[in-house]
Design a protein around this ligand. Structure first.
Ligand code: UDP
Ligand code: MG
Length: 323
């Protein structure tokens, strides 16, 4: 490990319509950072907010030399905002944190401690989720259990994106340019020495969660299909099983007709078989389409995000474009 006094730490904080809570977040964060014997910076990534988030970031940056800002050209989603932050954070360690104060900045010293003990990825594990409905907690728990079963990459349970990454881990993450990004999975996938620190998750400080169940469900599908081929295999097995059954049944029907004949009756079985096989085929097609869609998205090789504005106290003049 390098001389810690000279080590740098950058906090990457994605913000989408968080103008209300940002000053409070910044104040709490800075209090923690001031107490660390590290050279710290804060990098806010404005993920195409439509409220005054960018203005709030500018105000913070104007009053605090360690604060930088990055503004994406539109709302690309948290995963892309995080990636943008990681791409632009040049430090020995990077902490990823939500700006809604659900991830307590006070935990950062503990993350740093583990990093100094030699870990590359130190994730924060929630021991309690406050201000979230029982249904949300149940679905979240169910998701982690399902992922654990299906995926080849074990995900630490009850872990959000709040974590510390060493430079090595950040460099590894930058190599992963896939468009369908499930950050929690990617964090785990890169490997290296990983450990967790547990904390109590608080309710949102301001505003409300941008995730509704539809977005969460989509995130879950993203997570499962990005990290496992189990649905594809399931479709294969269902398809295989039903064809064996259909074949056996077909043989039986044929035999029966040969021996006893079957005038007109049999319509119900016929329609039943057609519907069943049609359903199975549609299911399999849907699953294939899911993966095909992914390949389509990847094959376009689009950039993950575009940066519209950049605020940086020590960036070259060319990229400093605030009036
Ligand atoms: N966020 C973002 N882009 C989005 C949605 C959210 O950058 O499209 C940020 C948001 O500002 C916050 C963090 O991601 O800092 C977590 O968002 P949120 O609190 O809505 O999610 P939850 O805590 O419910 O998982
Ligand atoms: Mg939140």
């Amino acid at each position: 490990m390098t001389d810690t006094a000279a080590s740098t730490l950058t906090v990457v904080a994605p913000a989408y319509n968080e103008a209300q809570g940002l000053p409070a977040f910044h104040a709490r964060l800075c209090e923690v950072l001031d107490a660390l014997d590290l050279r710290t910076r804060v990098l806010y990534v404005d993920d195409g907010s439509r409220d005054g988030t960018w203005e709030a970031i500018r105000t913070l940056a104007a009053n605090d030399p360690r604060t930088d800002g990055l503004r994406l050209s539109r709302n690309f989603g948290k995963e892309a905002a995080l990636s943008a932050g990681l791409d632009h954070a040049d430090a020995d360690a990077v902490v990823v944190i939500d700006t809604d104060l659900q991830d307590p900045p006070e935990l950062i010293p503990q993350l740093v401690e583990q990093w100094r003990a030699g870990f590359d990825v130190v994730y924060a594990t929630r021991s309690a989720r406050e201000g979230e409905s029982r249904f949300k907690r149940f679905t979240a728990a169910a998701f982690y259990r399902v992922m654990e079963r299906l995926s080849d990459t074990p995900l630490p349970r009850d872990t959000g994106d709040f974590r510390l990454l060493s430079r090595q881990a950040v460099l590894a993450l930058r190599e992963l340019r896939e468009r369908q990004r499930f950050m929690k999975g990617l964090f785990a996938w890169i490997g290296y020495r990983q450990t967790g620190v547990s904390y109590r998750r608080h309710a949102r400080h301001e505003g409300r969660s941008k995730w509704n169940y539809w977005r969460l469900l989509n995130l879950a599908v993203e997570g499962i299909t990005s990290f496992s081929v189990a649905p594809l295999r399931l479709a294969t097995w269902i398809g295989f099983g039903s064809s064996v059954l259909a074949f056996a049944y077909g043989a039986w029907v044929l035999l029966k007709a040969l021996i006893w004949g079957d005038p007109v009756r049999g319509y119900p079985t016929l329609i039943l078989v057609i519907l069943f096989l049609g359903g199975v085929q549609l299911l399999a097609l849907g699953v294939i389409g899911e993966y095909l869609g992914r390949m389509y998205a990847e094959s376009k090789q689009r950039p993950l995000y575009f940066v519209q504005d950049r605020l940086s106290s020590d960036a070259p003049a060319a990229v400093r474009d605030d009036p």
